[in-house]
Write a protein that binds this ligand. Sequence first.
Ligand code: CP
Length: 295
Amino acid sequence: MQHFTSIENLTKEQVLSICKYIKDAKDGRLPTFNEKVRICNIFNEASTRTLLSFKVAEDNLNMTSLDFMSSSSSLTKGETLRDTVEVLKQYQITNFVIRDSKNEYYKDLVDIDGIHVINGGDGTNQHPTQAMLDIFSLLEHFDFDIENKKVLFIGDLINSRVFHSNVNILRLFNVEMYCVSPDEFYEDIEGITRVDNVQDIINEVDICCAYRIQHERHANTFDTNGYNQKYGLSLENIENTKSSFVFTHPGPVNWGVELNEDLKNHEKNLILRQVENGMYTRMAVLAIVNNLVEV
Ligand code: CP
């Protein structure tokens, strides 16, 4: 696997194999680099978790990690992402973690010889390492068996690259999928049943994946007054959920909107576990694309 750009073409066996390496990273068993390998993190959209967990992962693997300053780079003079990567390749940089607002930006890069592109999120399309850390966190919680579980998606679905990647990956595990969202954020996807409000379905599901309202991608201001009561989770509406029920959120959370503040430290909240697993997931993905381990 030379690049890691999308979940769309992965098989269930590949996903499980990547999970095995995430576990190896967590248990301190993942091989690291003995030679110098340079990696550049190009983040043309804001990030805390993805950027910093990649940096820690790179450090843990003994990679030489370089940061690209988008706002003071020649991208601001109109240089293309492809030309940028071609330039950086001349400095023996072979790995590129890239986040960009353009959907499928990576299609313009993957034919460049001798490099590895790892997608840190492209527009509203894909966030494959987030989907891997999410599936790993869920598998860990459910003793590595989520076959036929019921999953509810809530939030700004149409604008969420995490939602799109999570649907791709969860399909491989034959889960039953439901969603609740206002019309503005709804996306009609085959195999996902739309439900009117969270209260109608929450006690039947095993997993709820909540997604951030992405105000920065909206043309018009979205009023979040009353949103949490109908479309979000709160202590009140999860009190009769299944005993093994958990909820996830890729972060950052709009507290009081997708999730009420009373859920910050709730036992069914998987968010900080997701954050921790993000570091191990990124170590595994970097090891895989660089052939330290084989999928
Ligand atoms: N989940 C996620 O992508 O978070 P960041 O935007 O902080 O990287």
